[in-house]
Ligand binder design. Structure first.
Ligand SMILES: Nc1ncnc2c1ncn2[C@@H]1O[C@H](COP(=O)(O)OP(=O)(O)OP(=O)(O)O)[C@@H](O)[C@H]1O
Length: 201
């Protein structure tokens, strides 16, 4: 459970809100506060006022995966395999486990054929899939996807939603301007001018 209490940060103002486990889609117009909310839940930002907790813990103490709208800002390595394996290497996991887990997550996302490609040669949508694999490879408690669907065609977007269901992080928070995504979600939150104007299923 993600719990938000007396939150005030920039445009955002949320007195109390609970986000249950599952896939939660956050919709809202440009500037409504979607990225700010996601950043606070991921611990990327600390709130000016109030608290955000995931299972009663600070997000900064937990393993959280983040996929942004701009994959070029995240990709660090030359080859896809190395990019996806990097979070496991940073943790000094054994080599055989790194190879097995990297292959497993690539298979779930149906990008095994990309593993030995140069990252700079990938299309925008392929880069998003690689970033998603990288975010999921450590099995995070929360996966955040910030408007990454704007680069994906309908079929790839559907594949991403299926992959998320397969890997099944405890929490998924995804922001989008496309309300089609609501059909893949367990919960929907609508933000208007920094406030939650609607929430439901
Ligand atoms: N670091 C910052 N300093 C000042 N204002 C900011 C900062 N970050 C965001 N804002 C403002 O807060 C508001 C909400 O921004 P946010 O990026 O959360 O909206 P969003 O719903 O994700 O928008 P979009 O769909 O355009 O990406 C915007 O008016 C934005 O200009």
């Amino acid at each position: 459970m993600i719990t938000i209490e007396n939150l005030s940060h920039g445009i955002l103002s949320i007195p109390y809100f609970e986000i249950p486990e599952g896939i939660t889609s956050v919709f809202g117009r440009n500037g409504a506060g979607k990225t700010t909310l996601l950043s606070l839940c991921a611990g990327v930002l600390l709130p000016d006022k109030g608290l955000v907790r995931i299972d009663e813990k600070s997000p900064r103490t937990l393993d959280i995966g983040w996929v942004s709208e701009f994959p070029d800002r995240n990709i660090l390595f030359d080859e896809v395999f190395n990019e996806i394996a990097a979070p496991l290497r940073f943790r000094h996991n054994p080599i055989d486990q790194i190879e097995e887990r990297t292959g497993e997550i690539a298979e779930v996302l149906q990008i095994t054929h990309l593993l030995h490609r140069k990252t700079r040669s990938l299309s925008g949508g392929e880069k998003i899939l690689v970033c998603l694999a990288c975010a999921l490879v450590t099995d995070p408690i929360l996966l955040v996807i910030d408007e990454a669907d704007s680069h994906l065609d309908r079929e790839t977007a559907r594949r991403v939603q299926e992959a998320i269901r397969t890997v099944s992080p405890r929490h998924v928070l995804q922001s989008s301007q496309y309300r089609d995504n609501a059909s893949h979600s367990d919960q929907v939150v609508i933000l208007e001018n920094g406030q939650i104007s609607w929430e439901g299923i």
